[in-house]
Design a protein around this ligand. Structure first.
Ligand code: ATP
Length: 897
């Protein structure tokens, strides 16, 4: 028998579970052992050994191996062994980098893995979806992606969109009723919820009946292997650039070899020199280092509570020029407290903070007893009946489970001494029309002890007022005349101007027969207005500073909220989002504007109020059409299209739905606006660090090629032997470049305008910096060689060792230059400990190669005399001073102009 054909009792019996307390831990463990984890089988990941072997498939490494073979065949065993050792070390380094990148990407996936709410041992708890077992009782709500196949046992206006399985994008209304037909398709199984489908409305409870590869989705899973890691724009650009660089390096190498042979050098020597030079000069490792730098940055972001779901976002973050952020919960704390209640023309104040049920009601001067004021009592009890939030006491603290707006209303009621459980003895809840951000209201249908039915609606006051025909005034129901309407509008504006979020309560009696067929539209019309509640939601303390820093960094912050215009304005002013001439527009005005009209004025708009999630898409498009790079936050199902369309989609880790998270490229673990600013800062830094090591690596490579090329043109002997070139490529280029990836940001990263996303790899004079520096390093290395070779032409090895030392030293100085876009003297070298360590170990290794006798024959070196270090040191430092000098004169000239 199929699950959908069974009654709920049969399903419970067949899955051996208990809907009131769930499974026990013992039972869960037993079932997990039997059925395994609730996950899709993934493609095999390369093992560590495969990863290691892969390092040797690289074209350059193969060339080196061939060179080793040739050296071996020619009897040059020392060269052969040294090259082998270096190839091996290179392999290990590549392996470490790739393994690290792979691991951190894996860890990222874990972090953004979905969770479910499940009942176990009598308690509702959140667990990773993959831990579900058959028989688990699962709660599902609007925005969830279903984590396993469920048989629904409770449904509350539950609608599920099943296009992932059926291709049908219209959501299906689900119930818990048994279906009698046999052999029906997935689309008709209205009491089942299938893994991978999405709840678009309402809520429900289900029993897990199938997990992992056995679910309906599991059966077709082979078709949908997801989690591709996308290449970032920079990685793609570098890949293209890499091809050009390989060609240029190869051509230059061939030139060096040809000239060398023509000048009478040994063919074997020139062959080895050529191979080494090609290996050294071709920046084949660049893309890998970029990946490592990106993933290291991603790990730093995790520490700052931002989880990157898509790697390209790291780069785009640095280009963001507009952040469109939700107000409630992101800019504010989402800890609501009712402070004012307005009923029938009178305002009552409520004291107390948070969800503690302690506080007093006053008329502004003296304390009042809410039980003695009928209208106050009515609004308090009705708003409790229409709220689902629960407040639990734990160790003297009051913890909210549910929506903060409803939590605030519950707390206000409890301050007056009402409890939901005692109210439920007088009123039975028959039906609920859940809240959604488009209607901005919700309703319940209740039955009192006399069998009479009422609709109670609560929602955004200005909208709810339009659905009312009468109002309770002095405890009497009177028609809602224009003057009453105006009176109520004044009350709404009065509360909103105090930065309070406002909620209105209305009601109407209905006949018993209507209840089952009642629609939300029918329920929420012809109502009687009762009154208003105003609640504070204080801004998060760190947000004001974050907004200022964004402003300084040329990034505009825009507030998008479903709240009242005046509430939004008050908070925007407090947070300094709204400048003097800044504009606010509301959802209604927005809907009347064409996209072109919006584009024309959007640069002046700072707040969008009373908008629906659907409006966000229009806002994103308008900003993008104006050439902005837009970051957009969101948490609900309806936010997903805008999140997807934006350049950086951001979702909320705590309150976000699965659907919003999946659409986003960045998740804020703490839902906090300040985290966006921190992530942007990190994003800018990562990009700058990548520029730093591109600059370092390429300038070094240019230097290496030029010293050889110039020497061949001048008919000199080889200034560097092949093994020395390989050594420089591995040790001197490798370690410091990696440490540059960990460099802390320059002080001015958040003082500059956002980067242009179209910017090329060599933008902002990077190309010039690389060429000029490479040229100078080449010339200085050659000078060291020439000076010492002329002093003692018999001792070629000594001159070569000096050239080697100059090359290494000038690169180790260059690495500090690369840390700054302006000048080496703008930065404290001790800030980056890793770089210090890398440089120090490169230096020590260089000294070992020169002074440690067993290494001397391998690297063709001899000890350098102390006095010659002065020459080597000076030549190595000259490029820095020459270029710093030219920078300073240029700056001075600019200042004079
Ligand atoms: P933001 O976009 O800043 O996060 P928001 O998400 O709070 O704003 P909505 O949740 O769409 O915006 O709320 C819009 C309005 O709907 C609120 O101003 C309030 O009047 C009303 N409202 C919010 N929550 C509820 C609720 N649970 N029941 C009834 N009305 C509500």
């Amino acid at each position: 028998m199929n699950w959908y054909e069974m009654t709920v009792a049969d399903v419970v019996q067949n899955t051996k579970t208990d809907p009131s307390s769930g499974l026990s831990t013992f039972e869960v463990n037993k079932r997990r052992k039997k059925y395994g984890l609730n996950e899709m089988k993934e493609r095999e990941r390369p093992s560590a050994i495969q990863l290691f072997i892969r390092q040797f498939k690289d074209f350059m490494v193969l060339v080196l191996l061939a060179a080793t073979l040739i050296s071996g065949l020619l009897g040059e065993y020392m060269d052969a062994i040294a090259i082998m050792a270096i190839v091996f070390l290179n392999g290990i380094l590549g392996f470490i980098q790739e393994n690290r990148a792979e691991k951190s990407l894996e860890a990222l996936k874990e972090l953004s893995a979905p969770h479910v709410t499940v009942l176990r041992e009598g308690e509702w708890m959140k667990i990773p979806s993959k831990e579900l077992v058959i028989g688990d009782i699962v709660k599902i709500t609007n925005g969830d992606r279903i984590a396993a196949d469920l048989r629904i046992i409770k449904a509350n206006s539950l609608e599920i969109e099943e296009s992932a399985l059926t291709g049908e994008s219209i959501p299906v209304l689900k119930t818990s009723d048994r279906i009698e037909q046999k052999n029906i398709g997935i689309g008709d199984q209205t009491n089942m919820a299938f893994m991978g489908t999405v709840v678009t409305r309402g809520s429900g409870v289900g029993i897990v009946v199938q997990t992992g590869m056995k679910t309906a989705m599991g059966q077709i899973a082979n078709l949908i292997q997801t989690a591709e890691t996308l290449a970032t724009p920079l990685q793609r650009k570098l890949e293209q650039l890499g091809k050009i660089l390989i060609l240029v390096a190869l051509l230059l190498t061939i030139l060096v070899v040809v000239i060398g042979v023509l000048q009478g050098h040994q063919v074997y020597q020139m062959f080895l020199a050529g191979v080494s030079l090609a290996v050294a000069a071709i920046p084949e490792g660049l893309p890998a280092i970029v990946t490592v730098a990106l993933s290291l940055g991603v790990q730093r972001m995790i520490k700052k509570k931002a989880i990157v779901r898509k790697l390209p976002a790291v780069e785009t973050l640095g280009c963001a020029s507009v952040i469109c952020s939700d107000k409630t919960g992101t800019m504010t704390q989402n800890k609501m407290t009712v402070t004012h209640i307005w009923v029938g023309g009178k305002t009552w104040q409520v004291s107390g903070t948070g969800y503690e049920p302690h506080g007093e009601f006053t008329d502004g001067y003296k304390q009042v007893n809410p039980h003695e004021i009928k209208s106050l009592k009515q609004i308090l009890t009705f708003s409790m009946l229409a709220s689902n939030a629960e407040i639990k006491e734990k160790d003297g603290r009051y913890i909210l489970d549910g929506d903060p707006t409803e939590g605030a209303l519950m707390t206000a009621g409890r301050k007056a001494g009402f409890t939901k459980s005692s109210l439920l003895k007088q009123f039975q809840i028959q039906k609920e029309f859940p809240f959604d951000s488009t209607r901005k209201m919700m309703s319940v249908v209740v039955k009192d002890r006399n069998g009479k039915h009422y609709v109670i609606t609560k929602g955004a006051p200005d909208l709810l007022l339009n659905n009312c025909q009468s109002v309770l005034w002095n405890e009497k129901q009177v028609p809602l005349s224009p003057s009453f309407k105006q009176n109520i509008h004044q009350a709404i504006d009065g509360l909103a101007s105090k930065a309070l979020r406002t909620i209105a309560i209305a009601f109407k009696p209905i006949t018993n027969e209507n209840v089952s067929t009642l629609s939300a539209f029918e329920a929420e019309s012809n109502l009687t207005f009762i009154g208003l509640a105003g609640m504070i939601d204080p801004p998060r303390p760190e947000v004001k500073q974050a907004i200022k820093e964004c402003h300084d960094a040329g990034i505009k912050t825009v507030m998008i909220t479903g709240d009242h215009v005046i509430t939004a304005e008050a908070i925007a002013k407090e947070l300094k989002i709204l400048p003097e001439n800044g504009k606010i527009i509301d959802g209604q005005t927005l809907s009347q504007l064409s996209i072109e009209e919006l584009e024309d004025m959007i640069d002046h708009i700072y707040v969008f109020a009373r908008v629906s999630p659907e409006d966000k898409l229009k806002i994103v498009k308008a900003f993008q059409n104006r050439g902005h790079v837009v970051a957009m936050t969101g948490d609900g199902v309806n936010d997903a299209p805008a999140i997807k369309a934006s350049d950086i989609g951001i979702s909320m880790g705590m309150t976000g739905t699965d659907v919003a998270k999946e659409a986003s490229s960045l998740i804020l673990v703490d839902d906090n606006f300040a985290t966006i600013q921190a992530a942007i800062k990190e994003g800018r830094n990562i990009y700058e660090n990548i520029r730093k090591f591109i600059r370092y690596l390429l300038a070094s490579n240019v230097g290496e090629i030029l010293v050889m090329l110039f020497a061949m043109i001048l008919a000199l002997p080889l200034p560097l032997v092949p093994i020395q070139i390989l050594w420089v490529n591995l040790v001197t280029d490798g370690l410091p470049a990696m440490a540059l990836g960990l460099d802390p940001p320059e002080g001015n990263v958040m003082k500059q305008k956002p980067r242009n996303p179209q910017e090329g790899v060599f933008a902002r004079k990077l190309g010039w910096k690389i060429l000029s520096r490479g040229f100078l390093i080449g010339v200085m290395t050659l000078l060291a060689f020439i000076i010492l070779y002329q002093r003692d032409p018999e001792n070629l090895v000594y001159a070569q060792t000096a050239a080697f030392s100059t090359l290494v030293l000038s690169q180790l100085i260059l690495v500090f230059d690369c840390r700054s876009e302006t000048s080496i003297f703008d930065r404290n070298p001790f800030e980056n400990v890793y770089l210090m360590l890398a440089v120090l170990s490169s230096l020590l290794l260089m000294l070992a190669v020169i002074y440690y006798p067993p290494l001397q024959p391998i690297f063709h070196t001899v000890p350098i005399q102390l006095r010659d270090w002065l020459l080597i040191g000076t030549l190595s430092a000259i490029p820095t001073f020459l270029l710093a000098g030219s920078f300073i004169t240029r700056k001075a000239n600019e200042n004079m102009l």
